[in-house]
Design a protein. Structure first.
Length: 381
């Protein structure tokens, strides 16, 4: 299958203040990218190492969709490239900003990408570019490696930069989307969407993973991260990663007020809990989506790293902060029904230990990403 020309970004390059307040991020995909039924592959093996949890004769209140990678894709690459600085103004003038702009023009650029900003617990502002590759990442890496290796990255006064690149076989990746809300991999023109048979109930996330494995993780101990320098860490086999997002861009005034009062507060509390409790989540970034220049759009998203899929499930199924989110979301769906204007998506990857998972931190503070959790290889500045 021939892949399409790279899509430079799944978000607009720049929006005016008035446009940001009114424009919707919703748009349906072309019909040729949507299958009428789920392929047999999506149902997974029988029997399974972890039995299906879908209740008998269950029908979801709202049908959701998952991504089907092309047959030519035996490994999905998701890369997050970030920069951190004491103030947002330093991000725009950083060498990283120029690098990111150039990287998206390369022939081997990601086939879809997005941007976000957040402030971490240490008070640093981050800008993160996330890209997806169905093929061709090695060419992109070769074309950009010199920039990451350059001594200038560690020059005094330079913001810290990092890259977190995960390689995931299709059977270790699951996703769930609304058809009219393209985000993450679903915005990629090379991906087909299908109605997943597993959605709308507790346990559906693991049911959508077709790997015949319990996916147990290894214990992870938090320790002091290394001092500023050039460091690489290797996450343990079966480390789990989630990207999840939601938008209120299509809400009318009444639904937005309901969202602000009932759903946004428990959602913020849940993300704060994960940010502050590494025993529940190793690293959580609760971010505002932006365009390439850092201008916000009407979307929030999170990236979380968990020691295992089981650790992720423990929070989502047993902790009061997630129960509050789930209760508010279900109440919203029941009240608005088909008129509900909230849109969400998420993707989960469980990392195998049989291939490189590149996590590199250059000039970053000791609490960045996965630095505090795995043995670091490299040198101090």
């Amino acid at each position: 299958m021939t892949l399409p020309s790279p899509v430079r970004s799944s978000l607009p390059r720049r929006l005016s203040t008035s446009a940001r307040a009114t424009s919707s991020l919703l748009r349906p995909p072309p019909t040729e990218r949507v299958l009428p039924t789920a392929p047999e592959w999506a149902y997974g093996p029988t029997p399974r190492a972890v039995p299906l949890r879908k209740p008998p004769n269950f029908a979801p209140a709202v049908q959701r969709y998952s991504a089907l990678l092309p047959d030519t894709c035996d490994e999905l690459v998701i890369a997050q490239f970030g920069v951190q600085a004491r103030d947002a103004a330093s991000l725009s003038s950083s060498a990283f900003a120029a690098w990111a702009g150039h990287a998206l023009t390369l022939p081997s650029a990601p086939s879809t990408s997005d941007h976000a900003r957040f402030v971490d617990a240490q008070g640093y502002t981050h800008h993160v570019l996330t890209g997806y590759w169905l093929a061709g990442f090695d060419a992109f890496r070769a074309a950009t490696e010199a920039w990451w290796a350059a001594p200038e990255r560690l020059a005094a006064g330079e913001p810290g930069v990092y890259r977190e690149v995960v390689r995931v076989p299709p059977e270790r990746f699951e996703s769930i989307y609304w058809l009219d809300y393209p985000g993450g991999l679903s915005a990629d023109a090379g991906v087909t969407l299908y109605p997943t048979p597993y959605c709308g109930y507790y346990g559906a996330m693991r049911d959508r993973l077709v790997v015949d494995d319990v996916l147990e993780g290894a214990p992870v101990a938090r320790g002091p991260g290394p001092a500023r320098g050039r460091w690489r860490v290797t996450p343990a086999h079966n480390t789990a990663v989630i990207r999840t997002a939601h938008t209120w861009s299509a809400m009318d005034a009444a639904q937005k007020a309901d969202y602000d009062a009932k759903l946004a507060p428990p959602l913020a509390r849940g993300m704060q809990f994960l940010e502050e409790h590494p025993d529940a989540c190793l690293s959580l970034r609760w971010a505002t989506s932006t365009d390439a220049l850092g201008e916000p759009v009407q979307e929030k998203h999170a990236t979380g790293y968990f020691a295992s899929l089981g650790q992720m499930e423990h929070w989502s199924e047993r902790h009061r902060t997630h129960a509050a989110i789930f209760s508010a979301a279900v109440g919203r769906y029941k009240f608005y029904g088909e008129k509900n204007q909230l849109r969400t998506w998420h993707e989960v990857a469980v990392l195998p230990g049989d291939r490189e998972q590149l996590f590199e931190y250059v000039g970053c503070h000791a609490g960045t990403g996965l630095l505090p959790y795995f043995e670091a290889q490299g040198e101090a500045a």
